[in-house]
Structures are given as C-alpha cells and as structure tokens.
Design a protein around this ligand. Sequence first.
Ligand code: GRF
Length: 201
Amino acid sequence: MRVAVLVSGSGSNLQALIDHARSDPVAEIEIVVVIADRRHAGGLDRARAAGIPAEVVEWSAFPDRPSFTDAIIASAERAGAEALVLAGFMRVLSSAAVDSFPIINVHPALLPAFPGAHAVREALAHGVKMTGVTVHFVDELVDHGPIIAQEAVPVIEGDTIASLHARIQQVEHRLYPEVIRAFAQGRLSVEGRKVTWKRDG
Ligand code: GRF
C-alpha cells in the first residue's frame, strides 16, 4: 500500500514506520511522500535521509483550511498515495481529505479521554493513573474516528510531561507500524464505530 505520511514535528513515528518498512522482507507499506505543514519539521530530514520525497505544504501560505487541505490532497495524489498516515501532524484537515483518502492517526492518550494537542499535559494535570496510546481512523471531528488499537501506559510517581510522553512514544513506535501493516494487508474492517481485526495470515 502506497501511503503519504504527514508530519509537523520531529517525526519519530515516521522513523518507526520507515524502519518497519525496511525491515519487512515483504514490505506491505511504501511511503511515497512525506508532507509537512512547516519548513523546519524534523520529519522532513528523516524522509530525505531515507530517500523518500519530502514536501512542504505550509499552513501559513493558504487563506483557509479548505485550500490548505486541497494542497495536501493534491500532493498526496501526485505521489500516488492510497492513504494518509498522520504522524504528529498538528493541523486539522477539512472533510475533503476524509472524502479522498482513508486516514489514520496516532494520539498520545486513551481516547475519548484527552483529545486535542495537549493530551499528555492534560492527563498528567488531571491526575490519571493510566493513560496511553490510541490509533484511530480519522473522521470529520478531531481525535474522534473509529478506534483501531489502544494500549495503556501507567503514570508513574514523579512523572513530568517529558518522561510520560517518552514512555508513551515507546509504545507508539511499536504499535503504529503494526496497525499500518494490518491496514495495508486489508485486515481492518470498520462498521460504524467498531473496527474488527482479521487474523494475520
Ligand atoms: C506523538 O506523540 C503523537 O501521538 C502526537 O504527536 C507526537 C508526534 O511525535 N500526535 P513525533 O513527531 O512522531 O516524534
């Protein structure tokens, strides 16, 4: 499956996907383009280092969300992508994107708890003992679509945002490639909000 990976930040999840695709002898996933909404996203360097085309569709260059979204769709379509994989992409796309591609996102909390851009900080501030990782299909609402996989991460006494996020990311880096692989193999089926995994092989 040919995927476009969208990033805004350092791109450690992108790196996990690149490493997974490389280590898989029958790689089901080909990352055909990495698209960032800002010039200085570290994910762009990771893409270039891996020989993957890297493009910038700068948020500030567009008058509104629909025109920004159209530019992202055009870039992914030019690269021949069949799906969008969001890996720390901090922009909300308009519904045209959902109409054009299946889209998958990774979120650093157990949705529906703590949606939005500050999930780790908010979970810590709320005093939860358990948070985690959610991988979900993207729909028209933010951090809302059908949940594909979740894994819990305990909050430890003395955790800071950074220490908790680092443990969450360890889980993301293992779980996200697994989910994208299952998706590429056609093993995920969605009915309403419910995602069912078909067995491997
Ligand atoms: C991840 O924790 C992801 O869950 C969230 O943004 C972070 C991106 O990290 N959406 P990276 O850019 O993949 O390192």
